[in-house]
Design a protein around this ligand. Structure first.
Ligand code: HAM
Length: 405
């Protein structure tokens, strides 16, 4: 029997209800904040991710679904959404147009990771990207938006916050950090050796326990910010305080992608096991120029939908639409005609098997229908349909000519 690939799941209808509910809540909130939907392809040139997510990241270094297509193009399945949105932003010359552009998106992402609970090879993100606002208020807006979405879904979280500095303070910090790493060179892991050469701050995020112990004495990002970055970080904290959004400062939070500067944040849940990050994001003011666009400030985030699924508190299901059944074979045709009329404005589900009234009422309960409508011998002779409102507990016999006219 052919099975789905490891780390790639089907989403069946019951689970999809949650999925759809999440998308409707998140999209409604994104629209309220003035964001517009954008759809970009699942397949992009490999170079796009090398130049954005970065060659030092695990995502590009180890996890890409990369291949040469029939036209000899080096392509890969997108491991994340930001790079494609930036490519589209530059390709459609919105960078030249100037002004503010705010997008939201959702869809599958692909990373060849070692699958485990909460870590898939095909997973879904809901993300937003904002272009053209050079103000830390927009960073705060991103965090408020994630907090709003999680609150609407009944999901608790902890928010981790850091600043990754910018081109003024980062080079100096990087030098200090490299000097420190070199002082403990013999003891660091192979991955950190590689990180030291390509993107040293990535070592702070190393999962190796021995490395983590060594780095407790490493120079801290937050002690090395320039005045501009420090001011922005202080303002961000003040805005969050004023909005009663609690946060923890995590000076080792560097994020798994290379394009960030200044604000970096992650939302984590303590209720889903070791893969606890439910959303992540930050500012990436240099990425647009790295992808050949006009320098444009930008900030965004993405939520991992699968990690949220079990945490979502679904609203009480409400009875909706019609269940229709025949109590006699001869009643099937009028039943189908009635269903067709209903579907012009409401939901109608038909049971084809002629059954007793009791069985049909059970059927209506099973699909949580608001109305149970049946036609039996009596109704056929009277050219009518019997309808029970299962919420109001009322019954009526309606002439077929008057039903949904
Ligand atoms: P990220 O932190 O790599 O950021 O991913 C965002 C979220 O996607 C994570 O917090 C997690 O919930 C989910 N996720 C990541 N990998 C997996 C996986 N293998 N299985 C299940 N869920 C996963 C980004 O992708 C950035 N593009 C976010 C961003 C947007 N930054 C600025 N704009």
């Amino acid at each position: 029997m052919i099975q789905s690939l490891r780390g790639m799941n089907d989403i069946l209808s019951e689970e999809y209800e949650r999925f759809e509910y999440f998308l409707s809540v998140a999209s409604t909130i994104a629209k309220r904040y003035g964001f517009h939907y954008i759809e970009t392809p699942l397949l992009e040139e490999t170079a796009l991710f090398k130049r954005s997510v970065g060659e030092s990241s695990d995502i590009v270094g180890k996890e890409m679904y990369q291949f040469i297509d029939k036209g000899e193009n080096d392509v890969c399945l997108r491991p994340e959404g930001t790079a494609g949105v930036v490519r589209a932003f530059v390709q459609h010359k919105l960078d030249k147009k100037g002004g503010i552009h705010r997008f939201y998106y959702h869809g599958p992402m692909f990373r060849y990771e070692r699958p485990q609970k909460g870590r898939l090879r095909e997973f879904h993100q809901f993300g937003v990207e904002s272009f053209g606002v050079d103000s830390v208020y927009e960073d705060a807006l991103m965090i408020m938006m994630v907090a709003d979405i999680l609150k609407a879904l009944g999901i608790g979280y902890r928010l981790k916050l850091n600043s990754l500095g910018d081109q003024h303070c980062m080079p100096e910090y990087r030098k200090k950090l490299v000097t420190f790493i070199e002082s403990c060179d013999d003891a660091i892991c192979g991955d950190c050796e590689r990180r030291k050469l390509i993107n040293p701050i990535r070592v702070l995020d190393c999962k190796n326990e021995q490395c983590q112990n060594l780095y407790t004495n490493a120079p801290k990002l937050l002690d090395n910010l320039c005045d501009g970055c420090q001011n922005d970080f202080d303002t961000l904290k003040t805005i969050l305080d004023q909005h009663n959004i609690a946060y923890e400062i995590d000076t080792n939070l560097v994020r798994g992608l290379d394009y960030y500067s200044k604000t970096a944040f992650e939302f984590v849940s303590d209720n889903i096991g070791s893969q606890s990050a439910i959303a992540g994001g930050g500012r990436y003011d240099r990425l647009i120029e790295f992808l050949d666009g006009k320098p444009t400030p930008a900030v965004g985030f993405a939520l991992g939908i699968e990690r949220l699924m079990e945490l979502i508190i679904m609203p009480e299901p409400v009875r909706e639409g019609y269940y229709l059944g025949a109590m006699d074979v001869a009643a099937l045709i009028p039943i189908l005609l009635c269903a067709e009329k209903i579907r012009r404005s409401d939901k109608a589900v038909v049971e084809y098997e002629p059954r007793s009234l009791k069985a049909h009422l059970k059927g209506a309960d099973r699909i949580n229908a608001r109305y149970c409508a049946v036609i039996g011998e009596n109704e056929l002779t009277q050219n009518s349909i019997w309808v029970k409102d299962l919420v109001e507990k009322t019954e009526s016999l309606i002439p077929l000519n008057d039903f949904f006219v």
